[in-house]
Each structure stands twice: as C-alpha cells, then as structure tokens.
Design a protein around this ligand. Structure first.
Ligand code: BGC
Length: 737
C-alpha cells in the first residue's frame, strides 16, 4: 500500500514536470527571459501583424501608446516631467482627470538642480522621481530638459540646466541613471535648438556646425553616450528647414549613427508634420499630433496620425518600405523590455519622506546668495523683533502653472509659511505688495486687486518692521516663466521695480529673494544689501528658504547662467531681431559659440552677476593648483590638486570650478570654458586636499571644415575658480602631440 502511494506520487510528479517542460517549450521567445533581449525583439516583431506594428508607433491617448494587446505586450504610459510626476489626464483631452491619488512631491526646477553643482544630488533627484513614476505606473518620464539658456526671455529656461554645455552634460547623466534605475525611461528633451518659446512651433534655427556641436548638442550627447538614455524627445522648431522631430541630420545622422543611440525617438506633443519625413528621418513614436502641446487638439485623431493610417497606406502601396517600420518597432520593443516588460524592475514608492528630503536638500543647495553686504544674511531667530514679509511669491503656489511641467504637489510649503515656522507667527507680518493674476497657459488673467492699494499697504507694513524680506520675481503665468511664449522684457512685471524702490525708501533693511528661473533686470540692486536667487523650489520651498535665510543651512548654490545688466548685453540680443526672436521664419544664432559667459568675457561686457557666482556665510581659501605633469599627450587625463580651507566660522560647501583657456588657438575660442567642477563640504576650520581629473579631450574645439573635434597641441591655462569672475589660482600645462 505504502509502496503504491509512493509510486502514485512519483507518477504524478513526472506528469507535472513534463507539463512544466511543455509549458516552457511553448513559451515564445519574446516572453522567455532566458533569451537575449535582441532575440526577443526579433521574435515579437515576427509575430506582429502590419497593423499591430503601425499601432505601436503612435499614441492611443494623450499620454499612452497601445503596446500589442494580442501578444500581451503592455501599454506604454508616459508623464511629464521633469520636476515631479504630473497629474493624470483624461484619455483624449487636456483636462485633468480629477483623480485624488495623483498629487506628488514637487522637486525643485532643473535650474535649481543645476545650481547645486552637485552630481550626487542629481542622481538622488532622478532616483526619487523614477521611484514616484514607477509607483504611478509610468514607463517614461518626459524629461530632463537640457536646452541651452541663450536668452533671459525664454519662457522655459526654468526647466533646463543653464547656459554651459559642460555643466548641463555633467548634471544630466546622473539624473537619467537615477530615473532609469527604476525601470522607467527618462526622455531627454527637446532635441534640438529649442532655445526660445516664441514661435517655437515653426521657427527655423540657422546655426553653425561649430556652435551646434560645442554648445547646443553636448548635453544630449552625454545623455545618450554616458547616461544611456532610453528615449529622446524632438523639439517643435526646425533645423535646416525640416522639423526637428523628423530631421535626417539630427536624428539619423547625429543621434542614431554618430552617437549610437539605440532607444526611441519620440515627438514632442504635436511636432510631427509629415508621413514621409517621419518614416524616413528617424522618428519612432508619434505623440500629441494636432496639438501644440497644451492647447488645441482634434479629438480621437489617433488613427489619422502621420505614423498611423497614412503610413500604413503608403507601405501597402509600396511607397514606403516595411523595413522602415520594423526599425521603429525594434526600438520601441527594446524600450518595452527596458521598462514595462522588465519583470525585475522595482515597484517604486511615492511621496516617501526620503523624496521630501531630496527635494529640500536640492532646494537648500541650489539657492544662490548673490549679494550680502554688512552680513545682511543670515538672520538668526531673535535678531529682529518684527519681520515684514512682502510679495506675492511668498504665498503663490509656484509648482502650478508654467505649462507641461506643472505639478499638483501634495505639500507645498510657501516662503511665508517657512518664515512663520522659523521665526514664529507673532514676529511676522505679511503684505502682498503686488498681484499678478491667475496662471494661464495662453492668456493673461488680470488681478482683481488695486495695484496702488497693495503698494501702499506694503509700504506701511515695511515702515514699521525691523527687517523686510521681499519675495518677488517671476511666476508661472503666461509671458513669465511659462511654456509656449517668451517674456516680453527682462524687467519684473506687476509694478515690482517701483514697489521695491518704495520699500527701500522706507526701510533700508530690506532683503530681496527672487523666485524665478530666469535672469531679471534689477535697477534697484545697488541699494539692496542682501539678495538671493530662490528659483522654483517645489514642495519644500519655504522650509529650504527659511533654513538658508536663518543660517541653519549655509548657502552653496552657484548661478548656472549669467545675469546681464541689461538685455542688449546678452549674446542673443546683441545682434538684434535677426538673432532673437528671428523674422518669424528664420532665426540666426549670430552669437555662434559665444553664449552666456563666453560672450561676456570675450566682449568684455561685465555681467551683473557672473556664471558660477554664489556667496557663502563662510569663507574659503584656495591653495595653489598643481598639475601632476608639465606636458601631456592628446587624450591624457590631467590631474590637478590643490588645498581648500574653510576659513570662516561656519560649516559650508564650495562648488569649485575649473576653467581652461587655450593660449594660441588657430580658431576663435572663448576666453575660458568650464571643464570640471566639484562640490566640497568643509567643516569650519577644515582643510582638504582635492584632486580633480580633467579630460584633455574635452579641451577640443569642433573643426567645421573637417567636421571633427580637434585638440591642438598648445599651452593651456587651468584656472581654479570660485566663479567665472572669481579666479583663485592658475597653472599652465602643455599638450604635446
Ligand atoms: C512640451 C513637452 C511635454 C509635452 C507633453 C509639450 O508641450 O513641449 O515638454 O513633455 O508637451 O506634455
């Protein structure tokens, strides 16, 4: 009996095992993880019908693509980006879906992240965002944005990483790695030359190959080659007369062939315009057609997209080859295997305490102390009796508005709340001072308040206070820091300049905290003792600002772009309308490679605040930089060492910058260019010896004639600096053949 039972069990096990083997045998390769991904892709491709392959190349809703339901290939879900996970939208409209579980942690805007000069923080930012995206079941985050800051008027500068290609290239890579670690694709945008919002939908950018390669492309290249980004978003504008989202030069030649990008080229929402070009010129995934991003749209037009029925018809007629489609599908499937079909990706988490901690730390490290006469800052609790907080930005929810980067933050601590929490409600009095009206994407909704009454009320509050903290700047309204159009001038709007002048008349003890993603004109700057750049700081804005203002945190941010004294001092504007905003059809980048500080330095036009500028509550003393050799061969690493000491009486951090100048170039070169940076934390009294490795390949310029990068044997000066206009030491090395 016992024997029989054993036999029965054995028999049953054998049957079960053989079923399992059967099951394994019938598992098609595209579902079988033991096959290499490329084989799985080929298998899936071979099983898909022509119609299914067409379907996977374009949207099925505002933010999703359909996958292949018959084969169990999941849908692809996307979300903006780049400062948090955006709210849910209705299937086919720009209306918010009204979910109650989609409020997020708002991280500081990318200008602030760039201002931290801290690559490790960029990784933590990306990872926290990726975790949130994963939890919200997103496969792709539409960001980061790395278009170069060319003009202070561009409405979207706040979403980007500043004017310097080295800074943005270096900061973008860890962000991407952090996001993608979660099995969520980053989508670096907007490729390329989308450096202004005005006329962004059609303007044709005329730029030299040199400026393209040296200034406008490096961050994208780093995203692809160092960050291994899985998707890239095209821009709305044109280059060489063709829309960038299906542009042969940019996508086929540069992105895919030269850089070896193996991911998916996605349109911006509504940036595809032609089936043949989309099919041939490297576009893989079409989204948002017949919208200009955030506004108008034809409803349920998905089947009419350029890469939908019209593409299918052309393939059937033999006008376009199926091989073009297969190439797109391969890339899209590769993206699916990296994201939704990666069974090992983590589950993510959302609004975790660690995410708020990242948001606060980025904010604190990004705030820039621009001016600090007579130790205006810090203001420790108890120093003053009555603190007047003035300005609409002290209370405005600034993670909202601004276009596609809008967020619905679960928590947003306003500057006023932060100040009240820090100093006690009994010591703080608030007055709005000015009013901007409600945020809107394509119109200005005027404020219902009377401007004079607001000003008078603020002045009387300021008069009776011991210290005034003014929170103004820009906001996310249309024509301020907002997608879709540019600012009309560099001046502050809503009568703020007048208001600040009036406040200064009645109370000299006034500090200004600018909340913006752009440089602004400051006619009152000489009269102000304390000035901070506060960016858009997200959920923890008020807490971070109060920590820095009170001295709990020592500021260490550095400006990622120059603040010109006036608009005409900026490179794009110096050349007049042809250069900015263009004639409506073309725009000529006449400033060429001399963008930002490269322009100010070459032309000897002093900025109001220079690139890399940022003060601290402590002081740093730099030792002399020493290179490990005198002569180097092309391509060598150059190791530079130096000491740095915190000579003040507070712990602090310094973003050390290394700029390089070529002594006798055969072509025009900037006076110097950023080639390395490092954020160094030093306790008070502490000295550290720092080694920084410079990649000599990065000293090269782009030779337009021979279409290649050239590093000329020559002498190169290595500047050790606290800011582009604050050199602390130098050493000269030679590169020999
Ligand atoms: C923006 C993109 C954004 C997309 C989807 C477009 O208007 O330019 O940056 O990702 O909309 O919202």
């Amino acid at each position: 009996m016992f024997m029989n039972l054993k036999l029965i069990v054995l028999f049953a096990m054998t049957i079960a095992n053989s079923f399992r083997i059967c099951a394994q045998e019938v598992l098609p390769a595209y579902l079988d993880e033991s096959f290499p991904t490329e084989e799985r892709i080929e298998n899936a491709l071979s099983l898909m019908t022509l119609e299914e392959k067409i379907a996977i190349c374009h949207a099925q809703s505002k933010f999703s693509a359909p996958g292949c339901p018959r084969l169990g290939i999941p849908e692809l879900w996307m979300s903006d980006g780049p400062h948090g996970v955006r709210v849910e939208f209705k299937w086919d409209s720009w209306e918010h879906a009204g979910w109650t579980n989609d409020s997020c942690t708002a991280f500081p805007a990318l200008t602030c992240l760039a201002a931290t000069f801290n690559t490790e923080l960029s990784y933590r930012y990306g990872n926290a965002l990726g975790e949130g995206a994963r939890f919200r079941k997103k496969d792709m985050i539409l960001g980061p944005g790395v278009n170069i800051y060319r003009t202070p008027l561009s409405g979207r500068n706040f979403e980007y990483m500043g004017e310097d290609p080295y800074l943005s290239s270096t900061m973008v890579v860890p962000y991407i790695k952090g996001v993608q670690k979660n099995g969520v694709s980053a989508c670096v945008k907007h490729f390329a030359l989308n450096n202004q919002e005005k006329w962004r939908n059609d303007i044709n950018v005329v730029v030299s190959d040199r400026a393209l390669n040296e200034i406008y492309l490096p961050a994208f290249k780093a995203a692809v080659q160092e960050g291994n980004v899985w998707s890239v978003m095209g821009s709305y504008n044109k280059f060489k007369g063709t829309y960038c989202s299906h542009n042969d030069t940019l996508i086929n030649q540069i992105l895919k062939n030269e850089w070896g990008f193996d991911g998916v080229m996605v349109t911006d929402w509504g940036s595809a315009h032609d089936t043949d070009e989309a099919a041939r010129n490297g576009l893989d995934l079409e989204m948002g057609t017949w919208t200009n991003g955030l506004t108008w749209g034809i409803s349920s037009a998905y089947n009419d997209y350029y890469l939908a029925q019209p593409f299918l018809d052309k393939i059937r007629k033999g006008e376009l080859s199926e091989a073009l489609l297969d190439e797109k599908v391969r890339r899209i499937l590769r993206l699916y295997y990296r994201t939704g079909m990666n069974r090992n990706r983590p589950y993510g988490r959302f609004k975790a305490p660690e995410h708020y901690e990242v948001a606060r730390t980025v904010a604190e490290e990004g705030i820039v102390l621009m001016k600090n006469e007579n130790h205006f800052f810090p203001i420790p609790a108890g120093r003053y009796g009555k603190i007047a907080v003035i300005g609409e930005n002290a209370v405005k929810r600034l993670s909202e508005g601004g276009g596609s980067s809008e967020l619905k933050p679960h928590i947003e601590i306003s500057p006023l709340q932060g100040i009240v929490n820090k100093y006690g409600a009994e010591n703080v009095v608030y007055s709005m001072g000015y009013a901007s009206g409600a945020p809107s994407y394509n119109e200005i909704l005027p404020s219902p308040y009377d401007a004079d009454s607001l000003l008078n009320a603020a002045v009387s509050v300021a008069k009776s206070a011991d210290v005034v903290l003014y929170f103004g700047g820009l906001n996310k309204n249309n024509s301020e820091d907002c997608e879709g159009d540019d600012r009309k001038s560099m001046n502050l709007s809503f009568g703020q300049d007048k208001l600040i002048e009036e406040l200064l008349k009645v109370n000299k003890n006034t500090g200004i905290i600018l909340i913006s993603g752009n440089a602004v004109a400051m006619p009152w700057v000489d009269k102000v003792q304390g000035l901070m750049q506060g960016w858009y700081l997200g959920s923890m804005a008020g807490e971070a600002l109060a920590n820095v203002i009170s001295g709990g945190v020592n500021p260490s941010g550095k400006l990622p772009f120059s603040f010109p004294k006036k608009l005409e001092d900026n490179s794009a504007h110096y050349f007049g309308e042809k250069s900015y905003p263009g004639d409506g059809i073309n725009q000529y980048y006449l400033d060429d490679i001399l963008v930002g500080y490269r322009w100010h330095e070459k032309k000897n036009i002093l900025p109001l605040f220079a690139f890399g500028h940022g003060l601290s509550y402590t002081t740093f003393k730099y030792g002399k930089p020493v290179a490990d050799k005198k002569d180097y061969h092309v391509g060598d690493k150059i190791n530079v060492s130096f000491t740095i000491s915190n000579t003040g009486d507070m712990d602090g951090a310094e973003a050390v910058q290394i700029y390089v100048e070529q002594k006798n170039p055969s072509v025009l070169r900037p006076v110097k260019e950023l080639k390395a940076f490092k954020k160094i934390f030093l306790k008070r009294g502490e000295t550290q010896t720092i080694n920084m490795a410079l990649d000599s390949n990065k000293f090269a310029f782009y030779d337009e004639v021979n279409k290649k990068w050239v590093l000329e044997p020559d002498k190169y000066v290595i500047y050790l600096a606290s800011a582009s206009d604050d050199i602390r030491g130098k050493t000269t090395i030679e590169i020999i053949k």
